[in-house]
Design a protein around this ligand. Structure first.
Ligand code: 5GP
Length: 164
């Protein structure tokens, strides 16, 4: 479909509170929130405040290169989270969207080796995702415009190349 799902910053604020509420209502009390950079950082920060969890970690996973363009497999990039910090903990994995679900699957498999329990929370889940997330704010099959990536990176207004 040509339609896009447009998430604005105000709507994101509402979404992350509602996502946190569903985690709380479920009685899940994570020790750690593990965000998947970069989009998951926004979600993890919001969930951290809403769930009163201060222990936030980050994982870098690279997969998509553009709209509908994918690499074959998601890959974990350094730095990899310190497994000692994760051991015997209850983890909440936070990401912006489970699309194919391959990214979340990779992170879940990483967690399975190191943590007590791992559940996942996403703003969006696509219907064909091979991972069923524990907490989902909204389901859609459209391409999502996120407020943090809908615009290109800023460029210097004076036109100078950086480093000069
Ligand atoms: P997956 O591994 O679940 O296919 O993809 C996860 C990552 O791909 C997301 O964290 C996100 O960065 C990117 N991605 C997947 N679907 C979308 C989408 O509809 N819109 C945007 N902006 N990014 C997406």
């Amino acid at each position: 479909s040509e339609e896009r799902e447009n998430l604005t910053y105000p709507l994101f604020g509402q979404a992350v509170r509602e996502l946190a509420q569903s985690v709380a209502d479920d009685g899940y009390e994570p020790d750690i929130i593990l965000s998947i950079a970069r989009g998951g950082l926004f979600v993890a920060g919001g969930l951290g405040y809403a769930l009163d969890v201060k222990n936030l970690h980050v994982m870098n996973v690279e997969f998509y290169t553009g709209v509908g363009e994918t690499l074959d497999m998601p890959v974990m990039l350094p730095p990899v989270p310190n497994v000692v910090d994760l051991s015997r903990r209850k983890v909440l994995i936070a990401d912006d969207v489970a699309d194919t679900g391959k990214t979340l699957k990779l992170v879940q498999e990483f967690c399975a080796e190191h943590v007590d329990e791992a559940r996942s929370a996403v703003i969006y889940e696509k219907p064909h995702s091979l991972v069923a997330c524990d907490y989902v704010w909204k389901r859609t099959d459209q391409w999502i415009n996120f407020p943090w990536s809908v615009e290109p990176p800023v460029v210097r207004r004076d036109g100078q190349v950086s480093g000069l």
